[in-house]
Design a protein around this ligand. Structure first.
Ligand code: B12
Ligand code: SF4
Length: 403
């Protein structure tokens, strides 16, 4: 099973059920890589890091009856030319929105304080050979593609080679990038020529102080409005992601951010509550400051407040986040944003309608289906020692969060 932090509790619960029936369980993924010691208690074996080499080794060991407890990725792992192509045909197409999902690179060269990628996999960016990526795309044979790479432009020369190679394929693609592209107009043009139609950008915050604190100082050098305008001129829509609860944030941050989303005509704004994922520098700092309020991993999903904010209360942060979603996806706001963005395409309209529904039903889309407010920890009670309970009964598919 793949485990991310928000699903760890549920994964451990399922693992226990399988193990009770004598079925061996192997766990892998981001949370396992961040907290291998914890994950090991819930499985016969774990794979930490990337498993292109460890998973086949694990299978041979299993078949030979000598399964080890922990398979660790070799830091010298290469995503080389000989790796097999994903067998997407093994999945039932009807169960997926799209199977045209690709990956050229892994991890990111930056080290933002809150980000899981450098903490789990380091700052070395793994790159697949461009020819391999092109061949993978050709095999799937679809024209609309998604790249799941965290930061496609982490290494600009590689990004240029990739985008150039995409031009003859005549595809349309959507992916993730930092705002650093604003310093490289020729790269933006190349992106557009290669078929880029939408970018997810980590805008994070309007505050230069907060950007500096989180190690994302490079965002300060970019005028968000000008960048988004340039991208729109090139026919690239923007999903702008913001995070609330940084140390410099006060209760005014919510309105100001929603206003920026409107002024900058962000096609699809997205908001998250700052989440100190275990293993990140942010978690360590907040822990040292006694500000981690809750260690129920089920609440570590970008929506619940699990730490004591510095310049507002827990409740202000939780309510402000929800209010921002609803304001940004009010009818008037959506109409003005898209009008200003010059983007009345069916995809933008349906994505906004989808997010509007999401904004008004936030609690239904996260790991806990209880209302956010009922989960608020009492700010006067600082965290108790780690205690991960996996005893809840999820058979009714309702969560048993203990916040
Ligand atoms: C695509 C994606 C999504 C998609 C998923 C679509 C889908 N149906 O697959 C969507 C948009 C839905 C999504 C949602 C969320 N995501 Co997301 N997502 C990603 C992203 C960008 C790529 C994941 C991926 O497919 N990678 C490609 C595969 C090949 O890599 P991999 O999963 O790491 O797997 C390798 C190893 O980890 C290992 N491995 C993984 N699983 C297993 C299992 C076994 C048994 C073994 C042996 C090995 C193994 O082997 C693989 C090959 O080396 C990652 C960031 C990243 N680039 O990793 C974030 C990421 C996984 N997401 C993250 C988060 C926080 C979320 C959300 C909570 C965001 C939110 N606030 O809503 C939700 C949670 C949804 C949920 N409940 O599952 C975090 C997880 C952090 C953490 N500690 O938990 C990540 C790491 C991003 C980040 N930098 O913070 N996400
Ligand atoms: S730039 Fe983005 S992907 Fe890279 S470390 Fe910072 S938040 Fe993570």
């Amino acid at each position: 099973m793949t485990v991310i932090t928000g699903t760890a509790k549920r994964s451990y619960e399922l693992a226990r059920r399988f193990r009770d029936q004598g079925i061996p369980v192997v766990l892998g993924g981001p949370h396992v890589t961040l907290l291998p010691e914890e994950a090991m208690q819930h499985a016969e074996a774990i794979c930490s890091g990337y498993s292109e080499e460890t998973w086949p080794r694990l299978l041979y060991d299993f078949a030979a009856g000598r399964l080890q407890r922990h398979y660790q990725q070799d830091p010298r792992l290469q995503l080389h030319q000989d790796l097999p192509f994903p067998r997407r045909e093994l999945f039932d197409r009807r169960q997926f929105l799209t199977q045209a999902v690709f990956e050229a690179t892994r991890s990111c060269a930056h080290d933002c304080e809150f980000c899981v990628a450098p903490a789990a996999w380091g700052r070395n960016q793994w790159q697949r050979p461009v020819e391999w990526v092109v061949e993978d795309i050709r095999r799937v044979g679809q024209r609309k593609l998604l790249f799941v790479d965290l930061n496609l432009v982490s290494d600009i020369p590689y990004a240029k080679r990739l985008f150039e190679a995409l031009i003859p394929l005549n595809v349309q693609w959507y992916g993730l990038s930092t705002v650093i592209i604003g310093h490289h107009p020729e790269l933006m043009e190349l992106m557009a020529r290669s078929g880029c139609r939408g970018l997810l950008l980590g805008l994070e915050t309007l505050s230069d102080t907060a950007l500096k604190e989180t190690g994302k100082r490079f965002n300060s050098s970019i005028d968000y409005r000008a960048l988004i305008d340039d991208l729109h001129q090139l026919g690239i829509a923007v999903q702008g992601c913001f995070v609330f609860g940084l140390d410099d944030d006060t209760p005014e941050v919510f309105d100001a951010t929603v206003q920026l989303a409107l002024d900058a005509a962000i096609d699809l704004p997205r908001f998250a509550v700052l989440t100190p994922f275990p293993g990140t520098p942010l978690f360590r700092r907040l822990e040292a400051e006694g500000r981690i309020l809750n260690r129920d991993w089920e609440l570590y999903d970008g929506q619940h407040v699990v730490f004591q904010p510095r310049r507002m209360t827990v409740e202000q942060l939780a309510v402000g986040h929800e209010t921002a979603w609803k304001a940004a996806y009010g009818w008037g706001h959506m109409a003005r944003r898209l009008w200003r963005a010059g983007n009345l395409k069916p995809l933008a309209l349906s994505a906004n309608l989808g997010y509007r529904f999401y904004a008004h039903n936030l609690h239904r889309f996260y790991t806990c289906d209880l209302p956010i407010h009922s989960l608020l920890p009492d700010p006067r009670t600082l965290w108790r020692p780690a205690e991960i309970s996996v005893t809840g009964d999820r058979s009714s598919n309702r969560s048993v969060c203990g916040g």
